[in-house]
Design a protein around this ligand. Structure first.
Ligand code: FAD
Length: 375
């Protein structure tokens, strides 16, 4: 018997499974209730993620960013197959590795370019990523019309998480820990009241409809909660060992990244950050499946940008294209729902992790646990 509350986690993406595993390891009896994917559905967002650990959720207060991202780094570090001194806890199965990284900047006015990001100043992280300041300018890629002129670059190492390997690993760990999984779409949270004492809502974009958050879509204030469409391609016939990306300046409009995934032996090329609101077809339903049909024009554009950084990508023939819907919410929602909760039941919302859900995943579990301990 356990004294822990009977817990339901709504949603089985990277946030849901991370929170579920963290609580299960603490002894909570946990059931993940997650909408089953139909045969024609696209893969869930978490499976499409590139994915590398990199804090970008700027609208969060720094303290919360630290709480969510640094424990996640620690978690991935403990799973690495190739980091010196790591615990190597079954890493090969988890699909996490430390990868040489080149971060590129095309704009001298950026704070990130003048001064390394806050997390690079964290002593332990800095040591582990091996950050040594800017690279020699002469080694930067040549200017092009597509990507502009690179003015600076940093070299260090980052955790890369191969999601097709990591998601099954999370699932398996959870089940081994005694966790239960139910394939079901939740339409009404209140209907679960009699069955559970604690509910954590990690439905990502699904929270729009489930909790009426941001519904109906307010076209005058699209920044509150919307979809950021991300198209990527997984290339199998070209290997390039350096995680390379630009995320600011031109990179914010045309996010350009090359993510080598050792575990799945492929390279993810990206990408797009297309807010649903910006598209001429914006009158369609936000959950409409047509948004996840890849667009040829974007594929060509992604390939062209990747080939500027590594010409072999121009030759690739063996790839598949994926589209994911990032749950963009400003800021993400991580709180006890005081209106819904009562003496018998606590409801915690944990969704809207936008472009960096993988980076904040394990930390989200830690934070939910800390919130419960503080109650
Ligand atoms: C192209 C792309 C690249 C990315 N790259 C990175 C990266 O490099 N690093 C990084 O940190 N992040 C990255 N991200 C972002 C990251 O993927 C997301 O932030 C993260 O996956 C969000 O996870 P989630 O669990 O909240 O949502 P999801 O993965 O969408 O999971 C939500 C789950 O809830 C279920 N659900 C929804 N509604 C209900 C309901 N009513 N009842 C039951 N179940 C429900 C859904 O079916 C789904 O299983 C990327 C995203 C994309 C698209």
């Amino acid at each position: 018997m356990t004294d822990h509350p009977k817990t339901a986690i709504l949603g089985g993406g990277v946030i849901g499974l991370s929170v579920a595993l963290r609580l299960a390891r603490e002894g909570f009896p946990v059931t993940v209730i997650t909408q089953p994917l139909g045969p024609t559905d696209p893969p869930m967002t978490s499976l499409v993620a590139a994915a590398y650990w990199f804090p970008t959720h700027k609208q969060l207060e720094l303290e919360l960013q630290r709480e969510l991202t640094l424990p996640t780094f620690e978690h991935f570090w403990s799973l690495m197959d190739n980091a010196p001194g790591s615990q190597n806890a079954g890493s090969k199965d988890a699909g996490v590795s430390m990868v040489d990284t080149l971060e590129l900047f095309d704009d001298t006015s950026l704070p990130e370019q003048r001064e390394p990001a806050w997390w690079m100043g964290d002593e332990q992280t800095r040591d582990r990523i091996g950050f040594h300041g800017p690279v020699d300018e002469k080694t930067l890629p040549a200017p092009t019309e597509q990507l502009g002129t690179f003015v600076q670059g940093y070299r260090y190492k980052l955790p890369v998480i191969s999601m097709p390997r990591y998601m099954p690993w999370l699932y398996e760990q959870f089940v081994r820990q005694g966790g239960d999984v139910r394939d079901e779409q939740v339409r009404d949270v209140a209907a679960l009241k009699d069955e559970f004492d604690l509910i954590v809502n990690t439905t990502g974009l699904g929270a729009r409809k489930l909790t009426f958050d941001g519904e109906p879509l307010d076209r005058a204030r699209p920044e509150t909660f919307h979809t950021l469409i991300g198209q990527v391609m997984a290339v199998r016939d070209v290997w390039y060992p350096t995680l390379t990306f630009m995320r600011y300046g031109m990179g914010a409009k045309k996010p350009t990244y090359i993510v080598p995934r050792a575990a799945t032996k492929d390279v993810v090329l990206g990408g797009t950050y297309l807010p649903l609101m910006d598209d001429p077809e914006q009158n369609i339903d936000i959950d409409d499946g047509c948004w996840t049909v890849p667009k040829d024009q974007w594929t060509a554009d992604i390939l062209e940008r990747a080939a500027i950084l590594h010409p072999d990508f121009a030759k690739t023939k063996d790839y598949h294209v994926l589209v994911g819907k990032r749950p963009y919410r400003k800021p993400l929602r991580l709180e006890v729902d005081e209106q819904f909760s009562d003496d018998k039941l606590t409801l915690i919302h944990c969704y809207g992790h936008s472009t960096s859900g993988v980076t904040m995943s394990w930390g989200s579990g830690e934070k939910v646990l800390a919130m419960l301990n503080d109650q």
